[in-house]
Design a protein around this ligand. Structure first.
Ligand code: SF4
Length: 220
């Protein structure tokens, strides 16, 4: 959790003096205007580091606490959760918007999930990856929720994790529509919220309660 006296949406760095923030950039899409604003605040407030994260976001690192509110005001974006116990982000590959291999629209579904779920409070941080084809560039098998497209519809994965104790997520359903993905994602997260221990990631939760038990609860 953020330190009690942290400025809005900011988290302290290892120097114990400066803070970082992550502007909300849904599914990693940015505009020239946003990039100009980010460059502008970096110059104006002497922010020394802009780091592209593994989550397709940009962390602005190394700012004094007293400038954080002004930086947010100048940026005009939402806050990207980075340390809170909630859905942090949805990453998505370009899918049918750009990629020649894409069979389904991963950006559109990713944006829908992002809008609906980012910030949703849960027992631990949670991440979502959406891909437009079975190549899975959106890394859904190692995200808490993963989705990838096939000609027959979306395949839905739950309980994956990268990091120090990686786990390949389990396929819960196939051939889903956009609406069915959204509905199943909500069911899975609600059940996880009600039944997981504090700070228990989805991967550990599924290992503890068992996949069949989870499937029974969310698939009926
Ligand atoms: S997952 Fe498929 S559609 Fe998405 S970027 Fe990779 S190859 Fe393209």
């Amino acid at each position: 959790m953020p330190e009690q006296n942290s400025p809005k949406g900011a988290f302290i760095q290892r120097d114990k003096e400066t803070y970082a923030i992550v502007p909300r950039t849904p599914v990693g899409l940015v505009t020239p205007e946003l990039l100009e604003k980010i460059a502008g605040v970096a110059r104006k407030y002497d922010i020394p580091i802009i780091k592209i994260t593994s989550a397709q976001r940009m962390a602005l690192v190394g700012m004094k606490p007293e400038v954080v509110d002004n930086v947010w005001e100048d940026l005009g974006t939402g806050i990207g959760p980075a340390v809170e116990k909630c859905v942090h982000y949805v990453q998505a590959c370009p899918g049918t918007t750009v990629c020649k291999f894409g069979v389904l629209d991963s950006l559109n579904l990713g944006l829908r999930l992002e809008k609906l779920l980012v910030g949703f409070e849960l027992p631990a941080k949670t991440k979502i990856g959406v891909s437009g084809c079975p190549f899975n560039c959106g890394e859904g098998f190692v995200r808490d929720i993963g989705v990838f497209g096939k000609r027959s519809g979306w395949t839905f994965i739950f309980g994956g994790n990268s990091g120090g104790r990686p786990r390949i997520g389990d396929i819960l359903a196939e051939g889903l529509s956009d609406d069915q993905v959204v509905e199943l994602a909500q069911k899975c997260l609600n059940y996880y919220k009600e039944n997981a221990k504090n700070l228990e990631r989805t991967a550990r939760f599924i290992q503890r309660i068992g996949l069949e038990e989870f499937k029974k609860a969310v698939l009926g």
